[in-house]
Design a protein around this ligand. Sequence first.
Ligand code: PGA
Length: 254
Amino acid sequence: MNKSKRKIIIAGNWKMNETSRQAVRLIEEIKSKLSPAPCKVVLCVPAIDIPAATKAVEGSIIEIGGQNCHWEKSGAYTGEISRGMLTEFGVKYCVIGHSERRQYFGETDETVNKRSKACISSGITPIICVGENLSQREEGITEKIIGRQIEKDLEGFEKDDLQNTVIAYEPIWAIGTGKTATAGQAEEVCAFIRDIISRLSDQDTADKMSILYGGSMNAKNAADLLAMEDIDGGLIGGASLKADDFTQIVRYTK
Ligand code: PGA
C-alpha cells in the first residue's frame, strides 16, 4: 500500500509548557507561518489551555489535542481529565502513554489500554506512545520491548478501534536529548510496529494505520525521517514550541 493513502500527521506535544495566554500567542505565530499542508496538524496542549487554544485555531487547519484522558466518565480522580471534558471543546486527538507519563506518573500498559479505549469510545483518536530506553536498545531487545508494549496497549482492540488509533514510536533515549534516531533506525521500528499490527489484525488495517516518529525531531532532520515509507508523521516536543521550526516540519510533508 502506498504511503500517500495514509493520514500524515504532524503533532506538537507541548508537554507542560505555555500558559493559556502564551498558547494563544504561539498559535497566532504558527498560523501566520503555516502554509496549506497536505497533512493533519495537531497541537497537543496542556488541558487548561484547551479552551483558549481551540478558539485560537478556529478557521485554520490546526486541530487541538489533549495529553491525557481518564478511562472513567467522571468521578473521584483528582487531577485527571475526562473524555467529556475534551470532546466538549471538539478535541479529536489525545497523547496517551507518553514515556514521561510512564516514567514519572506510574502509567502502565494496562492504564494506557484503558485510557485509549475510553478515547476511542468518544471519538478521540489516541496517539499511543511506545519506545525503548537506551539500555534496552544497547542490549538489542528493542523489538521485544516494543512488541510487548503494542500487544498490551492494544489488547482487545477491534479492527474499527485500530482504524481510529495512531501509534507514535518514541525511543526514550531520543526524547528531549537532541539525539535523534537515524531515519533508518526509526523506519526499522515503525515497519516492525506495522508488522505487529498486521498480525494482531490484518494487512489492510496495518497498511492504513498512521505510525509517527517522535524524539528530537526538528527542522533539520525531519525531511529525512518523513521521507521513510513507514513513518507517517511526527510527534514533536521541543521544536513544536518554535513556530519557525514547527511550520518548517509541516512543509516537509509535501
Ligand atoms: P522532543 O519530544 O521532540 O522534545 O524530543 C518528543 C516527545 O516527547 O513527544
